[in-house]
Design a binder for this molecule. Structure first.
Ligand code: GLP
Length: 243
């Protein structure tokens, strides 16, 4: 595992997008795994900048979302699919038809989760972007999630709903469940890039990277993968012993 601590979020975005550019140089039609959340916005801004300057080209890329809320109407602006459309599709050459996610409005969610798991598995993700929750969650795999877990419907932890209420009109409008790629599904990607900013992530980062590998800290599963890059700002890294 490589841990890089950088001074600014913009510098972190440069490091992360350099990784993506390296992948695209070899595989212009690579499958990329996208995360959502505030942290990724800076990364996507840098991706947009490079696509617009023709420093990389997202035209042939396929993108797969980690997770999606259950119960939002198709096209709801808070859905992760819409978030990625706003952040990337509307601003780059990435075609809308090349972005895939689990359908949180499916009638039979178990069937949809299994379908998406197969799609992700068959697509062989080259690089998976990841954020981390303050409680150590990975995608929407909340503490207690099995490392063998596959894509499935999950209940969201109270603290996750509280943290994500900033994207809604208050905590009560945050869905209480989601479809998320499982931890085993995520670990299939060829390489993982975890990004975390801010002091409120520092305990989770410490537990994930330096604590025991345990389902009580889902992101500690990263310690089991052979190709992981972690990009942190100083605040997120402040509890780490080994940097
Ligand atoms: C959500 C997503 C996660 C993400 C986390 C961190 O809960 N499901 O995939 O890692 O938020 O988000 P933020 O970057 O907003 O702190």
């Amino acid at each position: 595992m490589r841990i890089l601590v950088v001074e600014t979020r913009e510098a972190a975005a440069v490091v992360v997008v350099d990784r993506i550019a390296d992948v695209l140089r070899v595989h212009p039609a690579a499958a990329l795994g996208l995360a959502t959340g505030g942290t990724m916005q800076t990364i996507y801004d840098e991706l947009v900048r490079r696509d617009q300057l023709d420093l990389l080209d997202l035209q042939d890329v396929c993108c797969f979302l980690l997770d999606e809320y259950v119960g939002l109407d198709a096209g709801d602006s808070a859905s992760y699919l819409e978030t990625v459309r706003r952040a990337l599709v509307n601003r780059t050459r990435l075609p809308a038809t090349s972005v895939f996610g689990p359908d949180g409005s499916a009638v039979v969610l178990d069937v949809e989760a299994r379908r998406y798991d197969q799609q992700v598995t068959q697509s062989r993700i080259s690089l998976q972007l990841l954020g981390i929750g303050q409680n150590g969650h990975l995608a929407f795999n909340e503490p207690g999630s099995s490392f063998q877990s596959r894509t499935r419907q999950v209940d969201l932890a109270d603290e996750t709903r509280r943290a994500n209420s900033r994207f809604f009109t208050g905590k009560r409008s945050v869905p209480s469940s989601a479809i998320t790629q499982g931890i085993a599904t995520i670990l299939q990607a060829e390489q993982l890039v975890l990004v975390a900013f801010g002091a409120d992530k520092s305990d989770a980062v410490k537990a994930a990277l330096e604590g025991p590998v345990s389902s009580s800290v889902p992101a500690s599963a990263l310690q089991l993968h052979s190709h992981v890059t972690v990009v942190l700002d100083e605040d997120a890294a402040r509890e780490l012993q080994n940097r």
